[in-house]
Design a protein around this ligand. Structure first.
Ligand code: MF3
Ligand code: CO
Length: 255
């Protein structure tokens, strides 16, 4: 069952999305060399407190995970793709950091992510991040009424594959609303014109994850959460919560 959101529900989701956008902005601004991942989690938690919002991530416990998620922010460094748990690790010059954050306000959720380099960037990391952002933009552009779910994955996958990057197998976006994860699953690769018809009022979290080596396989860390590329190559992640409307895609997760 796909729940279609009304215009006033989209307005409520926009409030949660603004908190997410603000938290990602604050974390990114603070993420310098020598700063620990736990300190970044604390900054994100402070944005929630100030907004009177709840974390969508803290204590989240899907069947696939051995333990509830222990933080409000995901911090995935270098070969970590997504779901990196903030630790005492201190950021180093040239680290590729992906941050992912979810907030709940009045029962509505927002979920977004962004990737960037700390300190002096390697050109290859900037290319990988730029492609991931282009993949996200292409996926968002395909999220229009009358199109199909496969059009979104097709648009994202085309960008990634054309640049020679890998797409993390089995992982993608999702419907979002009163729950952070709702139907449908939104694959990062797809066949144009196939899959569920997109309708105004659907809200999707679209989230490409590209790997530098071009390989799609991954492993889960001993912590049960962090996804790493199987070959240790770097990965980037970008995500927005997007409403499909008659006027076109509306990004909800901006400050
Ligand atoms: N954007 C991520 C996802 O949809 C956020 C989940 S983090 C978790 O999978 F900790 F809550 F699982
Ligand atoms: Co998500």
């Amino acid at each position: 069952m796909i729940e279609l959101k009304t215009e006033s529900e989209l307005a409520a989701m926009r409030v949660a999305g603004a908190v997410v956008g603000e938290a990602l902005r604050a974390v990114r601004a603070a993420a310098g060399i020598g700063v620990s991942l736990r300190e970044l989690d604390e900054i994100a938690a402070e944005v929630l407190r100030e907004a009177g919002a709840k974390s969508s991530f803290l204590h989240y416990h899907p069947r696939s995970a051995p333990a509830p998620y222990p933080a409000v922010l995901c911090t995935s460094v270098n070969d970590a793709v997504v779901h990196g748990i903030p630790t005492d690790y201190r950021l180093r010059d040239g680290d590729l950091l992906s941050i992912d954050f979810g907030a709940e306000v009045d029962g509505w959720n927002g979920d977004a992510a962004t990737s960037f380099v700390v300190g002096t960037p390697d050109e290859r990391d900037l290319d990988l991040i730029a492609a991931t952002e282009r993949g996200l933009a292409a996926g968002i552009a395909a999220a229009v009424p009358g199109a199909r779910l496969g059009d979104i994955g097709h648009a994202i996958g085309l960008v990634g594959r054309a640049a020679g990057y890998g797409l993390v197998a089995d992982h993608g976006g999702h419907g979002i609303g009163r729950a952070m994860h709702e139907a449908p699953h939104v694959p990062n690769e797809g066949r144009p014109g196939r899959g569920m018809r997109l309708r105004a009022g659907m809200v999707l979290a679209i989230e490409p994850m590209f790997t530098a080596s071009g390989r799609d396989d991954y492993r889960t860390a001993a912590d049960g959460w962090t996804l790493h590329t199987a070959d240790g190559s770097r990965a980037a992640h970008a995500e927005h919560t997007v409403a499909i409307t008659a006027d076109g895609p509306r990004i909800l997760t901006v400050p």
